[in-house]
Design a binder for this molecule. Structure first.
Ligand SMILES: Cc1cc2nc3c(=O)[nH]c(=O)nc-3n(C[C@H](O)[C@H](O)[C@H](O)COP(=O)(O)O)c2cc1C
Length: 141
C-alpha cells in the first residue's frame, strides 16, 4: 500500500476543503493517506512516503503563508527527492502569481511535480473538489 500525505495550511477553510478532497481521492485509490498541518510535520513525517500533496492559499502579497507554511516547506523541500508532488490552494483577488512562484521554487529544488496545480477563487466548487479528488487518486497510483 502506498503511503501518501496531504500537507496544508488554511486560514478560513477554503484550502482545507481542497485538502480533504485530495485525501478522499488518495484513500479511494487505496493509499495509506494522512492529512497534516504544518505544526504536525517533522522530517520523520516524510519517511516511506511516496507522494505528497501540498496546499496553501495566496497570502501576504502573492506569497505562501509566512508564519507556519513557508518555514515548514523550507524545512522539507530538500527531502522531497523521489517523491511525486502536487500543489493546490485557494486565492482571492490575484491572478495566481503565488502559485507560479511556488511552482518555480519547487522546480528549482528539484521537486517532481506530477500533476497540474489546482487553484480556485475562494471556496472550491464541485468541479474543483472533483479535480482535487483526481489529484489524490493520481498521487496514490
Ligand atoms: C492576509 C491575507 C493575504 C491575502 N493575500 C492574497 C493575495 O496576495 N492574493 C490573492 O489572490 N488572495 C489573497 N488573499 C485571499 C486568500 O488567498 C483567499 O481568501 C483564500 O480563499 C483563503 O484561503 P483559506 O480559506 O484556505 O485560508 C489573502 C487573504 C488574507 C487573509
Amino acid at each position: 500500500m502506498k503511503k501518501t500525505l496531504v500537507i496544508y495550511w488554511s486560514g478560513t477553510g477554503n484550502t482545507e476543503a481542497m485538502a480533504g478532497a485530495v485525501l478522499e481521492g488518495m484513500k479511494a485509490a487505496g493509499a495509506d493517506a494522512a492529512l497534516l498541518t504544518p505544526d504536525q510535520v517533522t522530517p520523520a513525517s516524510l519517511s516511506g512516503v511516496s507522494s505528497v500533496a501540498m496546499g496553501c492559499p495566496a497570502m501576504g502579497s502573492e506569497v505562501l503563508e509566512e508564519m507556519e507554511f513557508q518555514p515548514m516547506f523550507d524545512s522539507i523541500k530538500n527531502q522531497m527527492g523521489g517523491k511525486a508532488v502536487g500543489l493546490f490552494g485557494s486565492f482571492g483577488w490575484g491572478d495566481g502569481e503565488w502559485m507560479r512562484s511556488w511552482e518555480k521554487d519547487c522546480d528549482d529544488a528539484g521537486i517532481n511535480r506530477v500533476c497540474d496545480s489546482i487553484t480556485c477563487c475562494e471556496a472550491p466548487d464541485d468541479d474543483v473538489l472533483a479535480a482535487c479528488q483526481a489529484m489524490g487518486r493520481k498521487l496514490a497510483e
